[in-house]
Design a protein around this ligand. Structure first.
Ligand code: ATP
Ligand code: PAU
Length: 270
């Protein structure tokens, strides 16, 4: 039984996998960094006694040490994975593989594991977290699928916050997403949504132009609610424009935890 830990820049996500490597979705928790200690009562409440933990972190080392200390109380050792942890499903083509965010690597593995039925198609995975990342995977020909590269941009909330923090007149608050906004709140919400969906469609189109099939669009991350309406609409329009079968964006809530669950079956401590 393995505990799964994803320490992001805003929140810590926790999951649980059985000995078959399947993630038990009813055992999922998201916590702000300051509430990390809540993990022990949560485990007790759910009657979970993990014998080991697999984790990744893109946040501070201090949080990793704090978590290690907490898990020592229940004799649970944690192994930290990163983007150099090999996976039979995927090849990391980053110029410096160790510089790729561990969350991006594990999320792509989680997406490949979950979207197994689409394994012959390219995949664009978008994570709307603190940062938004848009990563493209080309399908396997002989061996593993290939991570061919991706974008990093400010996440939706960060876009809102940076406008509020660096201007005198904009402030906080949401508005309607429209084509030609005529009020400040709507102009900001429409601007953030357009920037996010424009970047997503750019990567999707570039993936499509590689002539390896219609790319699957898979989204995740806590910022999804702020832009999902725009992304869904823009994606449907894009498919119609290209005379492709219309299909919804796939929402996969916790791909990093899914990737860690997959790795419980293939990763062993050296
Ligand atoms: N309860 C919540 N607490 C904090 N942020 C939330 C919450 N619900 C949604 N959010 C949104 O989620 C975003 C963070 O997303 P998420 O938790 O997926 O990423 P993260 O922890 O920053 O991970 P990463 O560092 O991988 O981006 C915040 O910017 C905020 O917009
Ligand atoms: C881009 C973020 C912040 C997304 O969480 C994370 O994956 C990260 O810190 N990455 C390291 C840099 C990189 O992936 O190139």
């Amino acid at each position: 039984m393995s505990l799964l830990i994803d320490i992001g820049n805003t929140r810590i996500k926790i999951g649980y996998a059985g000995s078959d490597g399947r993630r038990q979705q009813q055992h999922t928790l998201a916590l702000p960094h300051q509430q990390i200690e809540a993990i022990l009562p949560w485990l007790e409440e759910h009657g979970l006694r993990p014998t080991r933990a697999l984790g990744i972190s893109v946040a501070s080392k201090a949080l990793m040490y704090q978590l290690e200390g907490l898990l020592q109380h229940i004799q649970c050792n944690i192994s930290w994975l990163d983007a150099t942890t090999p996976c039979p499903l995927l090849h990391n083509n980053y110029e410096q593989p160790d510089r790729l965010g561990a969350d991006r690597w594990l999320a792509m593995i989680g997406v490949l594991a979950q979207q197994h039925q689409h394994r012959s198609r390219p995949i664009v995975h978008v994570s709307f977290g603190t940062a938004t990342t848009i990563d493209t995977i080309m399908p396997a020909t002989t061996c593993a699928a290939q991570f061919i590269g991706g974008l990093i941009l400010p996440g939706p909330q960060l876009m809102y916050d940076s406008l509020a923090d660096n201007t005198a007149q904009l402030g906080n608050g949401l508005g309607n997403i429209t084509a030609f906004p005529l009020a400040t709140r709507s102009a900001i919400s429409s601007g953030v949504a357009a920037a996010q969906s424009g970047a997503v469609l750019r990567q999707w189109q570039l993936a499509w132009q590689q002539h390896r099939g219609t790319p699957l669009l898979v989204c995740s991350g806590g910022g999804w609610d702020l832009i999902q309406e725009e992304i869904q609409n823009a994606y449907q329009q894009q498919l119609q424009l290209l005379h492709l079968a219309v299909e919804p964006v796939i929402w996969q809530p916790m791909p990093v935890l899914d990737g860690l669950a997959y790795m419980t079956t293939s990763f062993r401590n050296p």
